[in-house]
Design a protein. Structure first.
Length: 286
């Protein structure tokens, strides 16, 4: 098993897609913070824009379709906390886009180059192949999160100087830890979909559709059906989905919301890993 993990790490570190995704992670972090600064500048120059942004924040209790970030009007004249910026950018789903793309490309690449077929016969339990890929994805997602957070923080420091400050370190680390688990859960989901369909395009499209919120109408329909059956439940399915928790698990989230996000992220990692192992074990390798 250890040698299998080493092989997947070697394949990941020598893959062009790994470094391309990390490069895009850097560029995306700079872009996201720069766009937030642009919003702050627009609010400073146009007081009416502040009111529009405040109304957008107040009306953002329900998720909307698309990926976007909203600058806090208090950032116009006040200080800006590192945790608030990182939480805003990561919760928007920007980093998740790259995690989905990388996971689909990495997992499907071995099908195309014959990697699995060449080594599958050496492992009686082919499910172990899934664990090695999950380990590689876990390291890559962590690396992407660290790079994104570091570059975003440095960009914020360059743009805002002394106004940009580090608040509660424990709250920041807690938020990043929860987001890491949720992003890893999404990577595990893409791992399962790619193995099941043998198609990076299929898993990538499904992941991207969920990431940008196109499943929100489906969630609303399910919520309505449940409400019609049991009005007292006050059920919201987005609280039990990865994309829903990523948008809700910000630095100011309530403790129960963070605990729920940890449970959801962990459940998806475990469930998708088990399902992937079952598919890999029972299906002929081509």
């Amino acid at each position: 098993m250890f040698n299998l993990i080493k092989m997947d790490f070697y394949r990941m570190m020598h893959s062009v897609s790994t470094w391309v995704i990390l490069t895009f992670t850097v560029l995306l972090a700079v872009f996201a913070v720069s766009m937030t600064d642009s919003d702050i500048q627009s609010m400073a120059e146009n007081p009416q824009y502040i009111q529009e942004q405040q109304e957008e924040i107040d009306g953002n209790e329900d998720r909307s379709i698309g990926i976007y970030t909203t600058a806090d009007p208090e950032w116009v004249d006040g200080k800006i906390e590192v945790g608030d910026i990182l939480s805003t950018e990561i919760s928007s789903g920007l980093l998740l886009l790259l995690c989905i793309i990388f996971a689909a490309i990495f997992v499907s690449a071995e099908q195309k180059n014959g990697y699995v077929k060449n080594i599958a016969g050496q492992f009686p339990n082919r499910g172990m192949l899934v664990l090695s890929k999950l380990a590689a994805l876990a390291v890559q997602v962590l690396l992407m999160l660290v790079v994104f957070a570091a570059v975003a923080a440095l960009t914020g420091l360059a743009l805002w100087g002394d106004r940009f400050y580090l608040g509660s370190e424990s709250s920041l680390l807690q938020c990043l830890g929860v987001q890491y688990l949720l992003h890893l859960g999404f990577a595990a989901l893409i791992l399962f979909l790619t193995i099941l369909s043998r198609s990076s395009a299929f898993s990538m499209v499904v992941g991207l559709l969920a990431c940008v919120g196109t499943l929100i109408p489906v969630y609303s329909l399910i919520n309505k059906i449940v409400y019609d059956i049991r009005p007292s439940w006050n059920f919201d399915i987005s609280k039990y989905t990865l994309d829903g928790n990523i948008s809700m698990a910000g630095i100011g989230a309530a403790p129960e919301a963070l605990i729920r996000a940890v449970i959801v992220g962990g459940a998806f990692v475990v469930a998708c890993t088990i399902l992937s192992m079952l598919v890999m074990q029972k299906r002929d390798v081509r």
